[in-house]
Design a protein around this ligand. Structure first.
Ligand SMILES: Cc1cc2nc3c(=O)[nH]c(=O)nc-3n(C[C@H](O)[C@H](O)[C@H](O)COP(=O)(O)OP(=O)(O)OC[C@H]3O[C@@H](n4cnc5c(N)ncnc54)[C@H](O)[C@@H]3O)c2cc1C
Length: 206
């Protein structure tokens, strides 16, 4: 991806850090058929439910559905594991039917309102995203790699500053924060820190 290639500690860190997948499923029923105080439905899977052939296999990786405040009649479902990859390949109609069956099974309702519209994210297929959360893998532990390995600037000379090394390349974002990796505030912090470093070395105060 990089030409010339990155110094090896950086390429090793990028190779070792993981990037997993979670997808969201939005179900629009048009009407809130649940009790007004309901926050959502969290699914606890028993072994017999796990083997239930009437439920689509991918829905076993659904952890639950949240009620979205201020959005009448909409449930937000979360899917991880293999199901997160499979849901991206199904039509939204199929996703809606599978989720309706799952909700009927769990809530013991014969009839729930049919889904009017279903949207699901496809964060793996999106070439600008390719997943959802970075994480530290067991390989990182073996190789002593942490996200902050990526937060160090890469130093070198520029045409303007040929007498001493300055930061010529810096990474920021959720995969580079020492403790708040995989979070928005972590990503933000790293961006601010790298921008400050850039200004310190590249912008002279008048
Ligand atoms: C489902 C979900 C729920 C989450 N919930 C929370 C939460 O409750 N709290 C929390 O703190 N964090 C949460 N996170 C994590 C948080 O969203 C991320 O940690 C954060 O957005 C990462 O910011 P970033 O700037 O590192 O990367 P991103 O926000 O991914 O920004 C990278 C940007 O680069 C763009 N891009 C990629 N490739 C290219 C290219 N070649 N050219 C130009 N642009 C490109 C992408 O389109 C994207 O806009 C959640 C994440 C997910 C997936």
């Amino acid at each position: 991806m990089f030409n010339p290639s990155l110094p090896s500690p950086f390429s090793r860190a990028i190779e070792c850090l993981g990037f997993g997948l979670i997808n969201k499923v939005f179900l629009d029923f048009g009407i809130s058929w649940w009790k007004p105080s309901t926050k959502g439905f969290q699914l606890l899977w028993k072994e017999e439910t796990f083997c239930n052939k009437k439920l689509a296999a991918w829905t076993r990786d659904m952890t639950g559905f949240d009620v979205l405040p201020n959005h009448e009649g909409i449930l937000l479902g979360w899917v991880g594991g293999r199901g997160a990859y499979i849901v991206e390949t199904l039509s939204e109609q199929q996703v809606a039917t599978d989720c309706e069956n799952l909700l009927k099974h769990y809530l013991k309702f014969d009839k729930i309102f049919p889904v009017k519209k279903c949207l699901r994210t496809q964060w793996n297929a999106n070439k600008y995203v390719r997943g959802s959360y970075s994480h530290i893998t067991t390989r990182c532990d073996v190789d002593g790699i942490t996200p902050c390995c990526l937060a160090e600037p890469i130093w070198g000379k520029t045409k303007k500053k040929y007498d001493k090394d300055v930061p010529i390349m810096m990474f920021a974002g959720e995969a580079t924060h020492e403790s708040f990796y995989s979070t928005t505030h972590g990503a933000y912090d790293t961006g601010v820190k790298q921008a400050q470093t850039f200004l310190r070395y590249h912008v002279t105060k008048s």
